[in-house]
Design a protein around this ligand. Structure first.
Ligand code: URA
Length: 234
């Protein structure tokens, strides 16, 4: 292979110039007080994880999909930033849209009862949804809406790094597990999201219509308790 000289210096000279300017740059930085860490330490520290507040700031007054035109409030999520368990639902309903908080309507009251039966307090968990704005008349989220919003719930989970995720309902379970299987085929087993165990279960709104399924949800909660080893809080 031939190399054209094309007015540029020899590779060795280029490298020497680069090393010199890097050295000058580092000396200048040291003069203004910048401290350096070894490559080994920087490697061990790993990339800094963004916080829930940073993810919220990036979401902003979101207009990434059509749902912003009909929402009253963005429902970002709430709870402990060091929760051992993150509960992920589908998206806000009417009560959540009015209050700007997740799971505060009838389904939320049943979820609170499930949380209490597991021996937890709501404040020690983190509760959020796949989509952050209410779809009109509580219809299912459309694919482009989940595509526009879904990255945020993943970033929320990464910011918390919980011991386990409880995915309630079809939308949350399928989204986090990138699966087409209905919730009835996903529940009853522990799955995985980026190394975090995921326990899928029925949505509390479905339980309100089908109370006979409460027994199965309780089986799933017992599995979740085993995964996290008792209490959920940090
Ligand atoms: N249903 C959900 O999936 N999420 C809520 O926040 C409320 C109802």
């Amino acid at each position: 292979m031939t190399r054209s000289s094309g007015g540029r210096g020899e590779p060795r000279q280029e490298l020497a110039t680069l090393v010199r300017s890097l050295g000058d740059y580092l000396q200048d930085q040291a003069k203004v007080g910048l401290e350096w860490v070894s490559w080994e330490r920087a490697d061990a520290m790993g990339p800094r994880q963004e916080t829930l507040a940073e993810v919220r700031a990036d979401l902003g007054e979101c207009k990434r999909c059509r749902l912003h035109t009909t929402r009253r409030h963005i429902v970002y999520g709430e709870g402990s930033p060091s929760a051992r368990v993150v509960i992920v639902g589908e998206g806000p309903g009417e009560d959540e849209d009015v209050q700007g908080r997740p799971f505060v309507g009838a389904a939320g009251r049943l979820l609170d009862a499930i949380i209490a039966a597991a021996g937890w307090g709501r404040q020690e968990l983190y509760i959020c949804n796949v989509i952050k704005c209410r779809p009109p008349r509580n219809r299912d989220p459309q694919e482009d809406e989940t595509d526009a919003c879904g990255a945020f719930v993943k970033r929320q989970i990464r910011a918390i790094r919980p011991r386990a995720i409880l995915a309630v309902g079809n939308v949350a379970a399928r989204f986090l597990l990138a699966a087409d299987t209905p919730i009835s085929g996903l529940r009853g087993r522990v799955h995985d999201f980026e190394g975090i165990p995921v326990v899928p279960t029925y949505h509390p709104a479905y339980l309100l219509r089908n109370p006979v399924q409460k027994r199965r949800v309780w089986q799933d909660i017992e599995m979740l308790l085993q995964v996290v080893g008792g209490s959920s809080g940090g």
